[in-house]
Write a protein that binds this ligand. Structure first.
Ligand SMILES: Nc1nc2c(ncn2[C@@H]2O[C@H](COP(=O)(O)OP(=O)(O)OP(=O)(O)O)[C@@H](O)[C@H]2O)c(=O)[nH]1
Ligand SMILES: [Mg+2]
Length: 208
């Protein structure tokens, strides 16, 4: 087993309203995890952190709050931010507005937010509301990395061609999307490595 790059994870806060959001902390970069309901955001956070800190569930709409997790990496402390999922049809209009309000309150002007990992179900690729989310993240001036989830649902022999097809269809992602399976713990080390490298290079870029 390779040594873990992300260690000492803990839940810092669970926030249901804009007023509850944690203020930014100096020198603590943030990586947000966004995507449709049920795509596997909380499961991926647990896999990355190596601890069952986030609640996961079979019914979409499990996470309704913004959850902050603090962890250590070779590049220093980092915050992972688990965002509530979108695109869950059974939500009322009021709930959807609430979601928009909470996410906007977090994203707008969030200087320490370095990267949004946009999780996409590997079986489906980017759907209409995924494309809308990408536009909106871009409007906020944030970097996007697409991360495919539930890779175990597609046979290994089809991974490359499936990913190539999605890339051809078009998407924003600063690097080649990583294919993961939180269930089978596949692609997790590769993603951790890529995130830590991103943080390292980001600091270099902003210093120069
Ligand atoms: N087969 C498979 N199932 C997964 C994987 N990751 C998550 N799941 C399942 O997908 C369902 C949703 O997972 P969550 O992690 O709760 O999804 P989420 O995106 O946080 O969902 P919301 O909080 O509702 O937005 C659960 O039943 C998980 O067990 C995976 O890599 N492979
Ligand atoms: Mg969740």
């Amino acid at each position: 087993m390779t040594e873990r790059l992300i260690t000492n994870a803990r839940l810092e806060a669970t926030c249901f309203t804009p007023g509850q959001l944690l203020p930014e902390e100096k020198d603590i970069p943030e990586i947000a995890i966004a995507g449709r309901s049920n795509v596997g955001k909380s499961s991926l956070i647990n896999a990355l952190l190596g601890a069952k800190l986030a609640k996961t569930g079979q019914t979409p709409g499990k996470t309704r709050s913004i959850n902050f997790y603090r962890a250590e990496t070779p590049e220093g402390a980092v915050r992972f931010v688990d965002l509530p999922g979108y695109g869950y049809a059974k939500r009322s209009k009021d709930e959807r507005n609430e979601w928009q309000r909470l996410i906007s309150a977090y994203m707008n002007g969030r200087e320490n937010l370095r990267l949004v990992c946009h999780l996409v179900d590997f079986r489906h690729g980017l759907l209409k509301n995924d494309r809308e989310l990408q536009e909106w993240i871009r409007d906020c001036g944030k970097n996007i990395l697409v991360v495919f989830t539930k890779g175990d649902k597609i046979s290994r022999g089809k991974w490359r061609s499936t990913r190539e097809g999605y890339i051809r269809d078009g998407m924003y992602s600063y690097d080649v999307p990583v294919i993961t399976s939180a269930e089978k713990k596949e692609g997790i080390d590769a993603l951790s490595e890529s995130l830590v490298k991103f943080l390292k290079n980001y600091d270099k870029i902003s210093e120069s």
